[in-house]
Design a protein around this ligand. Structure first.
Ligand code: ZN
Length: 303
């Protein structure tokens, strides 16, 4: 950890005048350049994800303004200290030369976030710089969830997401971006590429220090393993929470689960598990029900 703290000092981004103007639209008091740390994130893209779902390019355009001013939360230990970052600018980046699995040009929603630089945020910034906190989970709502082949609401046609029909990949299309919730740094996002975009990294700062680079790689690996397990737990907690209480807002459950550490997640999972068993004496399978409303209606999607 010390290595990360030491090395990150040189890698911080310069805050430009235009950034500061936009940041000050959201801050409670007028901030100076040296008081803030800025970084960019990949919030979501139009790539078909592990759940065979994707945002359409238009959906990303609709979501872009909705993310302005939204706070991001970090792991439990940071959130407990009130450490948050806030998005002050968004843009849809188009990379037509790079194709998605659906065969069209890649585009993604880029967010710029700032946080206050205080002695308390030093290590957090080092983690962002070092790529240890680099995975982002965002919550947002879409109006329609439809089959990409025929446009029918999800689950109401015979097309199977992930299969090809006349050479075209079938996927679940998320359309009509209608709301954006808070975002958080978590492990292994559903979207393959989501994460912090490092513009000046620790790796470069350590280029001529092979032993420390090796240690950094080890730390990254350890962090990745831990995050993966926590993410599995987090998903399980949200799934069980929705089963235990049909009225629980998915976004809220997601937020709660995102702020807990592994032990707390395990405890909450057991609590929900017991409640679900009370409600449903027989084993149940949760079909497609990640959103608050699910199906083809209004739904909150945690990506
Ligand atoms: Zn269909």
């Amino acid at each position: 950890m010390n290595i990360i703290k030491q090395a990150a000092g040189g890698g911080l981004e310069q805050v430009r005048e235009e950034d500061l103007e936009e940041i000050n639209r959201w801050s409670r008091r007028t901030l100076k350049a040296e008081e803030v740390y800025v970084f960019s994130l990949r919030l979501c893209d139009n790539e078909v994800d592990r759940e065979e779902e994707r945002f359409e390019a238009e959906t990303l355009e609709e979501l872009a303004p909705l993310f302005l001013g939204k706070s991001g939360i970090f792991d439990h230990q940071w959130s407990a200290q009130g450490q948050t970052a806030r998005i002050y600018r968004t843009e849809v980046v188009r990379q037509p030369e790079e194709l998605t699995r659906a065969g069209d040009g890649l585009c993604w929603l880029k967010g710029y976030a700032y946080m206050l630089r205080t002695p308390g945020t030093e290590e957090l910034i080092a983690r962002i710089e070092g790529g240890i906190l680099r995975e982002v989970s965002v919550g947002c709502a879409v109006e329609r969830v439809v089959c990409s082949v025929c446009g029918a609401p999800r689950g109401e046609c015979r097309h199977v997401p992930g299969e090809r029909y006349d050479g075209r990949l079938c996927y679940v299309s998320l359309r009509g971006g209608s709301d954006a919730f808070e975002w958080s740094f978590v492990a292994v996002p559903a979207q393959r590429e989501a994460g912090v975009l490092k513009t000046a990294g620790l790796r470069r700062a350590l280029a001529d220090r092979p032993e420390e680079l090796e240690r950094l790689r080890e730390l990254e690996q350890e962090a990745a393993d831990g995050r993966r397990w926590r993410e599995e737990l987090r998903r399980e907690v949200v799934r069980l929470g929705l089963l235990a209480d049909r009225n629980a807002p998915a976004a809220l459950l997601e937020r709660i689960a995102g702020g807990l550490d592994t032990r707390e997640l395990e405890a909450l999972r057991d609590t929900y598990q017991a409640r679900v068993e009370e409600r449903f004496p027989l084993p149940v399978q949760l079909s497609y029900e990640r959103g608050a409303a699910g199906g083809g209606g209004d739904g909150a999607f945690i990506i």
